[in-house]
Ligand binder design. Structure first.
Ligand SMILES: N[C@@H](CCC(=O)N[C@@H](CS)C(=O)NCC(=O)O)C(=O)O
Length: 202
């Protein structure tokens, strides 16, 4: 049985919980209360010195970085629908996973943290900077989704779980970039039961 240290409002946790749900992998969720600072406790830092969620525990093996966890689960359980074995399809999934971490994540943090969690300490310049970046990235995503059902092929992959977890976070913060293709795609991702179940209770 897997143990996943997570937080319900964490978009990085959400993508992993969605895959665990969808693949029917037995797991226990362990809440790391970021507001109370559980992530800074020595016992958690021993698991993940980056003080971030999620962290997966599989027996003696510990793994952090949400996209690495997604790939690990797919490789271990041969989930080739979620992480295709075809060379170019897999490379395209990797492209979106990396794009999401290297281009999108920082802008999502700037916008969501400052709009929803920073309270009086909100950095308005960071919100503006993040929203400007998201206009550029939203167009890239919307163009890429034109005429497509999911990011890579006709079935959802871990690329969709990862990118959509950021999109839902932006939706909660009312900062999802405009785009008919993005809206339609996100609607399709929300039909995935395991993803829907991974959303926080509002
Ligand atoms: N690159 C990491 C990012 C994880 C991350 O930023 N998690 C946030 C919640 S969404 C967190 O735990 N923040 C607490 C902190 O930075 O102290 C991943 O993909 O797992």
């Amino acid at each position: 049985m897997y143990k996943l240290y997570f937080h319900p409002f964490s978009q990085h946790s959400r993508r992993v919980v969605a895959l665990l749900n969808e693949a029917g992998l037995e797991h226990e969720l362990s809440l790391v209360d970021l507001v109370k600072g559980d992530n800074m406790q020595p016992s958690y830092l021993a698991l993940n010195p980056n003080h971030k969620v999620p962290t997966l525990v599989d027996g003696d093996f510990r793994l952090y970085e949400s996209n690495a966890i997604l790939r690990y689960l797919c490789n271990k359980h041969e989930l080739t629908d979620w992480y295709p074995s075809d060379l170019q399809a897999r490379a395209a999934v990797d492209q979106w996973l990396d794009w999401n971490q290297t281009r999108v994540a920082g802008a999502v943090f700037d916008v969501v943290f400052n709009k929803m969690f920073a309270g009086d300490k909100a950095d308005k310049a960071a919100i503006e900077r993040g929203e400007k970046t998201l206009v550029e990235l939203g167009k890239i995503l919307d163009d890429a989704l034109a005429g497509k059902t999911f990011l890579v092929g006709d079935k959802p992959t871990i690329a969709d779980l990862s990118v959509a977890s950021n999109a839902t976070q932006l939706q909660i913060a009312k900062s999802l970039p405009e785009g008919a293709n993005i809206a339609a795609w996100l609607g399709r991702v929300m039909e995935i039961e395991g993803f829907r179940k991974a959303m926080p209770q509002m």
